[in-house]
Design a protein around this ligand. Structure first.
Ligand code: SER
Length: 313
């Protein structure tokens, strides 16, 4: 089945892999990649690309009209650590990009929207272990506040205007194709690069800070599964809890040492520790399993094997 898809923020950590995966499924020309800057060579060569500012409604509308886009994946955002440094810029980007896309869907210029939320919607008063779908949500970071507000708006646009918007709360994402930028969970990607290049890594979180994490292949599969599901299966229109594994910096170092015994880790926690401390340690995702048959495939050791194997090449 041919349909036209636009990915906004296609050159980021998730956007890059989502672009490849959607192009593989629907054909290169059916998937328009866009970002505020150009991406890596292979992404740029793999299909149509448009330079686009996610906060600019007219620019998005022009691309949508030109390519007769039906579905938009809005992956552009400022992540947690950077957002603490530039609160107003983060709010502007994270919220206005969402309103632009939701309003285009409300006006029937597109028919379906994917927008990612995050474990950052939870806060210091949320129960930390097996955090449930519906629980105390008092995010204490700029990024978390923007994601929590975004969730409320998604549900509002669904209920009020019938906008078919779908969302998952991604955990920290681990991938080898494109680096993350500005997040608190980024250490779990950097560590693999440094383990191979320097055999040592200085972690910006404490050794016992446990956070929910996921390998990118699982995240892409979840994203495509929720978008493929029949509309009536998507009961939750704010955002679904999504989980795969949880680990501490100490545990990921241990998993790397199984492959690189001389790998050494030390710890110099910085301002990101406080962000991490406000988030859950583990997430309960039974609603995604019940409603659209979600199940993660990658645990920590499988992730380590994939990361080291692919980064070595
Ligand atoms: N990985 C993100 C961050 O650390 C959370 O969604 O900001």
């Amino acid at each position: 089945m041919q349909k036209s898809i636009l990915i906004i923020g296609a050159c980021g950590q998730i956007g890059t892999e989502l672009t490849y995966a959607l192009r593989e499924k629907y054909g290169n020309d059916a998937v328009v990649a866009s970002d505020i800057r150009e991406g890596n060579e292979s992404l740029m060569a793999s299909g149509p690309f448009e330079l686009l500012d996610a906060t600019n409604y007219e620019q998005i509308e022009n691309v949508i009209m030109h390519y007769e886009i039906e579905e938009v994946y809005l992956m552009a955002a400022m992540l947690s650590a950077t957002a603490e440094k530039f609160p107003m810029r983060a709010w502007n980007l994270n919220m206005n990009s969402l309103f632009n896309v939701l309003n285009l869907a409300k006006d029937k210029k597109i028919s379906k929207v994917f927008w990612p939320s995050s474990i950052a919607v939870f806060g210091p008063n949320t129960p930390k272990e097996n955090t449930e779908q519906n629980t105390i949500m008092e995010p204490s970071t700029v990024y978390g506040i923007s994601k929590q507000s975004g969730e409320r708006w998604c549900e509002y646009y669904f209920k009020k205007y019938g906008v078919d918007v779908r969302s998952v709360r991604y955990p920290g994402l681990i991938s080898w194709k494109t680096l993350p930028g500005g997040g608190t969970t980024d250490y779990a990607v950097e560590i693999y690069h440094k383990a191979l290049s320097d055999k040592k890594y200085t972690c910006f979180l404490k050794e016992d800070t446990k956070l929910p994490m996921m390998f990118m292949d699982d995240a892409i599969r979840a994203t495509m599964a929720i978008m493929d599901a029949d509309a009536e299966k998507i009961i939750i229109r704010s955002s679904y809890n999504l989980a795969a594994m949880s680990f501490t910096p100490y545990e990921i170092a241990d998993s790397i040492q199984q492959h690189i015994p001389e790998f050494k880790m030390d710890y110099e926690p910085d301002f990101r520790q406080q962000i991490a401390d406000s988030w859950p340690s583990s997430i309960e995702d039974s609603k995604a399993a019940e409603d659209w048959a979600w199940k993660a495939e990658f645990d920590l050791d499988k992730t380590t094997k994939e990361m080291l194997g692919n980064l070595k090449k």
